[in-house]
Each structure stands twice: as structure tokens, then as C-alpha cells.
Design a protein around this ligand. Structure first.
Ligand SMILES: C[S@@+](CC[C@H](N)C(=O)[O-])C[C@H]1O[C@@H](n2cnc3c(N)ncnc32)[C@H](O)[C@@H]1O
Length: 423
């Protein structure tokens, strides 16, 4: 039996409605793309950029929203790259060779034809078939061709994969590993519907088959069932944490964020997972979550142990929802000010001349919703309390009022208060 499709696109018919959580997903995707291009083109010494943009679950390219037509993810990709190219052409004095390739994969032929029709009626029409490639296929079946194409596109294997699956099983963890192992500079933005797993958790054969792509076997399911049955009010949070760790371990994702898309209208919770090989890319994605306050939610802690759970502690410890807002910012700062000192005061580190801000951030970035700016803010707060000193990379003490930089070195203050909570 064919899987029921949530969205239907047909050439000549009104496109499906855009739901609130998809609008939030598109907003973060658009904002991330803008920043991604800005960073990759910021070095004036570079005279070109080769980049492959893959939309693995492309859809029909348009939605209806309050009587208007809104772009779907492939059109957002095309529009953002075109506007970056236009800004560039106006700004750069020497020629810059921007060579984007677009690969849009869609399993439903009618939906793909809708996308082709939307592109053909847009300013991007001349590029159809030259650097815009439409594949009528399942994402995983197309993946070897996509990887081959990225590898042949000269310029450091730079590729951004947007994998907007409906549930959790159309992008296997093996496919993520294949992308990470085959390409030097991939980034992946993946939707993963954790609530579907929690809602249907069982040892039934059909469920076990459905969760195979996520590499969840019967032992994992039993562990999650035990959390569900014994976890009381925290059960849901515990299962989410279990799945968070599972995804990170199994994909081998070097840098990782995974927060919930929040929708006022839908109770459905799913993760927007971002996977990269660079801590700064991870920081930029976390920045987008903070920028789009209230569109995302983290069910966990503020500091460096965002998933930490101590089974010995009473139920009251379940964290408050974290909405990337002012309150979350204040909680982040105080949690980081409490949790960073033990990393800074480590005797071996002090003996080796201190730890850089970049090292501290890289160590904690997979386990905190904070960004480098917030880590820097907490370090400046620790200096104000007389706990640490901040030195620039060339060994000078950083002036009082400033934030710190990635390469700054942090050391315990020479004269710490005898009342310091960290002594
Ligand atoms: C959530 S919609 C995508 C929406 C699109 N990313 C956007 O934001 O505008 C998912 C799309 O993936 C397609 N699809 C489902 N399974 C697929 C698979 N295994 N490979 C490729 N496309 C698939 C569906 O037909 C549907 O059009």
C-alpha cells in the first residue's frame, strides 16, 4: 500500500497550506543560508565558491498562506543564492565565480512536476537543466549519484543537505554516516519526528521494522519502554534524551544541535537537527535559534549539561522550557558561570598556560544551547566577579569592558577571593 501523503501538489491546483511549524522551519533555514553564504564569501582573498545545495525531500515548491503563495524549501534555496549573487556582483571589485549546483529530489512524480512548473515560471527558469537538477527518486536511492556529483564539483566538497522527511525513517542513520564519511565539508539539516517514536513505542514487529533506519533494536525499545513506565512526569523528557544521545552516537556527528520546532497550533513536536564538521557552523545554527526567539524550544537545561539527569534527585528537577528568549539568556549566563570554572581551574590546564575560549566552546557546544557569544559573556561575568583573567592571543590582558575572542586565553585570577564558591 502506498504511504499516505500529508501534502499534495498538482500542477494547476492550489498548493497545500503552509503550517506554522513549517514557516518556522523555513525561517531558520533561510536565515542559516544567508549566514552560510556570508561566511563563505567573506574572505576577500577568495575569488570563487563551488557549492552544492541538496533538497532531499523537495516537495512542490509552493504553499498557500493567507490567500498568498509562499515559497517551499527549493525556491528558498534558489532565491537566497540568487540574492547573494546579486549583492556580490554589486559589492566585489574583482570578479567572483559563484558556482552553485542545485539537486532537488522528490519521490512523487506529480509533486516534482509541480516544482518544475513553479521554477519554469520563476526568474530561475533559464537554469533548469543546467545547474538546477530535478530527480524523481527516493532520497536514499539518489544519494550515491548526489555524492558523486558533489565530489566532482571542484571546490572542497562543500554541500548543504536539507532533509525534510515527514517522520523519522526516510533518512537512515547509515545515510548520514555516508554523507559525513564521503564529503569533506557537508552540513545536514534534518527534521526528525521524535514524537512519532514516543507515541507509538512498542515491541510490535511493524514498529520494530519502522524504526530500523534509526538503528533502534528491541533492546533500545525496551529501554525506552522502561523509561516511559517508570519515569513518571519526566518520562517524555528521558526518552527524548535517550534518543538525542542515540542519534548523536550513531551518526558520529562531530558537531550537532537538535532543538524542537515550536508550533502554537500543533502539539506535534519534532527536532530540527543540524550536523556539521565545524564548531563555528554549530554556533551559527544555534544563533539562528536565538534569533528566531519563540519558534524553537529546548526541553532541557540551560548550561553545559543540557540533557543531564540524575536519577537520584527528586522529580522537581525537571527543567523549565527553554525558549531562546531573555529568560533563557539569563539562565544560560548563570548556569555557564557556575559550570565553566571547573574547566578553567583544572590544574593541568593552568600549568599548561590556560585554556582558550575556542577550546572551551568546542568542548561544550554539543551539550549546551548557548552560543560562543553567551560563553564569552559568562567568562566576562566571571572576570567581573574576580574569578578569572582574560588574555588576548598575544599575551596582553584584555581590557575590562570587552567581550572575549575565540583565541583568548582564560586563567584563574591571580588573587581570587577566599570566599569564591569555586575554591
Ligand atoms: C514535508 S514535505 C517537504 C516540503 C519541502 N521540504 C518544503 O519545505 O517546502 C516532504 C516531501 O518529501 C516527499 N518524499 C517522501 N518520502 C520521500 C523520499 N523517501 N525521498 C524523496 N522524497 C520523499 C513527499 O512526497 C513530500 O513532497
Amino acid at each position: 500500500m502506498a504511504k499516505k501523503q500529508k501534502y499534495e501538489w498538482q500542477v494547476g491546483s492550489t498548493p497545500p497550506p503552509l503550517e506554522e511549524h513549517s514557516a518556522a522551519k523555513h525561517a531558520v533555514f533561510r536565515s542559516y543560508l544567508q549566514r552560510y553564504i556570508e561566511i563563505l564569501t567573506s574572505d576577500p582573498r577568495h575569488d570563487g565558491l563551488a557549492l552544492t545545495l541538496v533538497d532531499g525531500f523537495a516537495g512542490g515548491g509552493a504553499y498557500s498562506y493567507q490567500g498568498q503563495i509562499r515559497p517551499g524549501s527549493p525556491m528558498i534555496l534558489l532565491d537566497e543564492i540568487a540574492s547573494a549573487q546579486a549583492v556580490f556582483a554589486a559589492k566585489r571589485t574583482k570578479p567572483f565565480h559563484f558556482r552553485p549546483e542545485f539537486i532537488f529530489i522528490e519521490q512523487q512524480q506529480g509533486t516534482l512536476e509541480h516544482l518544475r512548473d513553479i521554477i519554469a515560471r520563476s526568474p530561475h527558469a533559464p537554469n533548469l537543466g543546467t545547474n538546477i537538477h530535478l530527480l524523481n527518486d527516493a532520497f536514499e536511492d539518489a544519494l550515491p549519484t548526489v555524492i558523486d556529483s558533489v565530489q566532482r564539483h571542484r571546490g572542497g566538497h562543500r554541500a548543504l543537505f536539507f532533509l525534510d522527511q515527514y517522520g523519522y525513517g526516510d533518512v537512515s542513520l547509515q545515510a548520514i554516516r555516508t554523507i559525513l564519511d564521503s564529503l569533506k565539508n557537508p552540513e545536514i539539516i534534518l527534521t526528525f519526528n521524535v514524537d512519532f517514536i514516543i507515541a507509538f513505542l512498542s515491541e510490535d514487529d511493524s514498529f520494530l521494522r519502522a524504526v530500523m533506519p534509526a538503528e533502534l533494536g528491541v533492546d533500545h525499545i525496551r529501554a525506552m519502554l522502561a523509561l516511559r513506565d517508570n519515569g513518571g512526569r519526566e518520562a517524555r523528557w528521558l526518552i527524548q534524551n535517550f534518543l538525542y544521545r542515540h542519534l548523536q552516537e550513531r551518526t558520529g556527528a562531530p558537531y550537532y544541535t537538535c532543538f524542537f520546532i515550536k508550533s502554537p497550533k500543533s502539539h506535534r513536536s519534532y527536532w530540527l537537527v543540524h550536523i556539521s564538521k565545524h564548531p563555528r557552523a554549530r554556533d551559527e545554527m544555534a544563533n539562528r535559534h536565538w534569533e528566531l526567539t519563540n519558534h524553537f524550544i529546548h526541553h532541557g537545561r540551560a548550561g553545559t549539561q543540557m540533557l543531564g539527569f540524575d536519577p537520584g534527585k527528586p522529580i522537581g528537577q525537571i527543567p523549565l522550557d527553554f525558549l531562546f528568549d531573555d529568560d533563557a539568556n539569563a539562565r544560560s549566563k548563570s548556569a555557564l558561570m557556575a559550570e565553566l570554572p571547573h574547566r578553567i581551574f583544572d590544574a593541568r590546564r593552568v600549568a599548561a598556560g590556560g585554556v582558550t575560549v575556542g577550546t572551551l566552546f568546542t568542548e561544550i557546544c554539543n551539550t549546551t544551547p548557548a552560543t560562543i557569544t553567551r560563553v564569552s559573556d559568562a567568562i566576562v561575568g566571571l572576570r567581573a566577579e574576580g574569578e578569572v583573567q582574560i588574555y588576548t592571543a598575544d599575551g596582553k590582558e584584555r581590557p575590562r569592558t570587552q567581550n572575549c575572542a575565540w583565541g583568548d586565553v582564560i586563567l584563574p585570577a591571580v588573587q581570587r577571593s577566599m570566599f569564591s564558591p569555586f575554591t
